[in-house]
Write a protein that binds this ligand. Structure first.
Ligand code: NDP
Length: 528
């Protein structure tokens, strides 16, 4: 993968629209050609610094065109997971645990530098593997480097988390230190295959732990790109191990093996909560589970409707609605409901759909056939119990026939406690309900098991205060055209869920993140 230096502007999720300059597009197009030349190879695990081939492999294909095989990847077994855990344990005990924290910071800063240099190639392969449009993909790559640097800043700010304490006598030297746990497993989802792998793994590594990392089976190639960046940064062999294969076999071993000391999982509530329940056996062990969302946007009578329309559109349909923070519920005041709905339908119809690697397309494919089938089922439910206001069909004909392209869909007219108000769909589908006050909207917004993100559009200060005070969600936004419920950035908008959306109450990209990968030790030394 080539290192690219570019004058193209720095892309974050909040500045996506401004990012697509001619320089950016040129650098991205060149990266696509470089990446295409590397596709189709067979890849093993990276364990203990060595590539290890597997007996069985699986094909990683592009959701835009399933005839394109991006690579073949090792289909790991429980035994392969055990090998990776042993390697991580050895690296922990012989090298990584005892490294001065400044050296660990230097390794992670180097990894961030490598990612930043390769960001166009990483973004190009995410376009092909995940179906992200070019700016969303660049945001993911850039965020990974920024998360790593932010976590390094935190470790430096806390001087390696060693705090001198008070003393009861002159002979005493009392210190409070944060120490690593040992081996952490990082399991990531398909939708942010770089940021949600690089962020958590760098947090664990900075905490002095070693890592076994398993990407989603839909995105092993981006996972491999991360592993290669760590290798290029010169991490000691075994500090970061990369394994691939089904969650049901290799993943099962990773979450039940007694030699694993901590887990950071990001993915669905169904899988995350199951892992959370079964991970601790002999004694409690840390399991950070970042899970799904059912994120509401509330549009009040005094809202700037155009800003609200843009914000909802971007959050409901960006990355095909496959963001944990996707806006999948809209509560709009009845006095502006008609105008808002007509505008949103109009904006939705204008969305350009197609191969997201091409600069003109904003909406790419959903991730796989299962997602397509799920889309058809939810649309059918919406049609039966409510009304399809926009979209509602799979795209057919060239150039869509070999990929998983569906129309962004707006559903109205559903009863207020309908299952689509509670279930995460993880698709480009959002539902709209009319409400008569911000109080009613807040009650409905909080009436789910999830609590990840939420948005409000209003010009009324009292409504803003009420929203901040009462909404049950970890990440909340008011009047944000760039995304009603989506778009966080390290050190700017920390990101984590409440209730069924997250187990730790701490946020990635926030000031309390790295400390989660460590445990406290109170040290008392008596001299003389
Ligand atoms: P899944 O829960 O299906 O999978 C997530 C990861 O878990 C994958 O690597 C998967 O592997 C693995 N896995 C599956 N079963 C097991 C098992 N039994 N043991 C161990 N590992 C297992 O999620 P998706 O990849 O579909 O991602 C979408 C979900 O992630 C959504 O619910 C979304 O809201 C959530 N998410 C949450 C975020 C947050 O910050 N709160 C951010 C981004 C996404 P395999 O692919 O091989 O099955």
């Amino acid at each position: 993968m080539a290192d690219t230096k570019s004058a193209a502007p720095r892309v974050t999720y909040a500045t996506l629209a401004a990012g697509q300059t001619p320089e950016f597009n040129k650098a991205y197009d060149e990266a696509v050609e470089r990446v295409k030349a590397t596709l189709g190879r067979t890849h093993g695990f990276l364990i203990g610094g060595k590539e290890i081939a597997a007996k069985e492999t699986f094909a990683d294909t592009s959701p835009s065109d399933t005839r394109v095989v991006l690579g073949r990847f090792a289909s790991g077994t429980r035994a392969d997971a055990q090998t990776a855990i042993v390697s991580a344990r050895k690296a922990y005990e012989t090298v990584w645990r005892d490294l001065p924290w400044r050296e660990r910071v230097a390794y992670i800063r180097k990894a961030a530098e490598v990612i930043e240099k390769r960001r166009f190639d990483i973004a190009a392969l995410m376009g092909m593997e995940v179906g992200k449009n070019r700016l969303e993909a660049m945001g993911d790559a850039q965020e990974t480097a920024d998360l790593m640097n932010y976590y390094c800043d935190q470790v430096e700010r806390h001087q390696g988390y060693e705090v001198p304490m008070e003393r009861l006598s002159d002979q005493e030297d009392n210190r409070d230190v944060l120490r690593p746990y040992g081996v952490w497993v990082i399991i990531s989802p398909f939708n942010f295959p770089m940021a949600l792998s690089g962020g958590p793994s760098s947090g664990a590594l900075l905490g002095g732990n070693t890592v076994v990392f398993k990407p989603a089976s839909d995105t092993p190639l981006t996972g491999l790109a991360l592993a290669e960046c760590y290798r290029e940064a010169g991490l000691p062999p075994g500090a970061f191990n990369y394994v691939t294969g089904p969650g049901s076999s290799i993943g099962e071993e990773l979450v039940t093996n007694r030699d694993v000391d901590g887990i950071l999982f990001t993915g669905s509530r169904e899988v995350g909560y199951e892992i959370y329940r079964k991970f601790s056996r002999a004694y409690p062990k840390p399991c950070i589970a970042e899970m799904g969302g059912k994120n509401p946007a509330i549009i009040c009578a005094s809202a700037d409707l155009d800003a609200a329309g843009d914000g909802v559109l971007k959050s409901a349909f960006g990355l095909q609605g496959q963001k944990c923070s996707a806006c999948s519920r809209i509560y709009v005041h009845r006095s502006v409901a008609k105008a808002f709905t007509e505008m949103l339908v109009e904006k939705t119809r204008k969305i350009a759909i197609g191969d997201p690697v091409k600069k003109e397309n904003w909406l790419g494919p959903v991730i796989n056939k299962a997602a397509c089938d799920k889309y058809a089922r939810f649309v059918e439910i919406g049609r039966k119990d409510g009304k399809i206001l926009a979209g509602g069909e799979q795209l057919k004909g060239e150039p869509y026939d070999h990929g998983f392209f569906v129309r962004p869909t707006l559903i109205g007219g559903l009863p207020k406690d309908h299952r689509l108000m509670h279930e995460e769909m993880f698709l480009p589908i959002t539902c709209l309900w009319e409400v008569s006050s911000v109080d009613e909207a807040l009650d409905l917004a909080n009436r789910t098991d999830y609590g990840l993100t939420a948005g409000l559009f209003t010009s009324d200060e009292k409504e803003i205060k009420k929203f901040f005070d009462r909404i049950e969600a970890g990440v909340v936004y008011v009047n944000r055209r760039a995304g009603a419920t989506t778009g966080a950035w390290p050190g700017i908008n920390p990101f984590g869920g409440w209730k069924g959306s997250g187990s730790s109450g701490k946020s990635s990209g926030g000031p309390y993140y790295v400390a989660q990968f460590m445990r406290e030790q109170s040290r008392t030394l008596i001299r003389g």
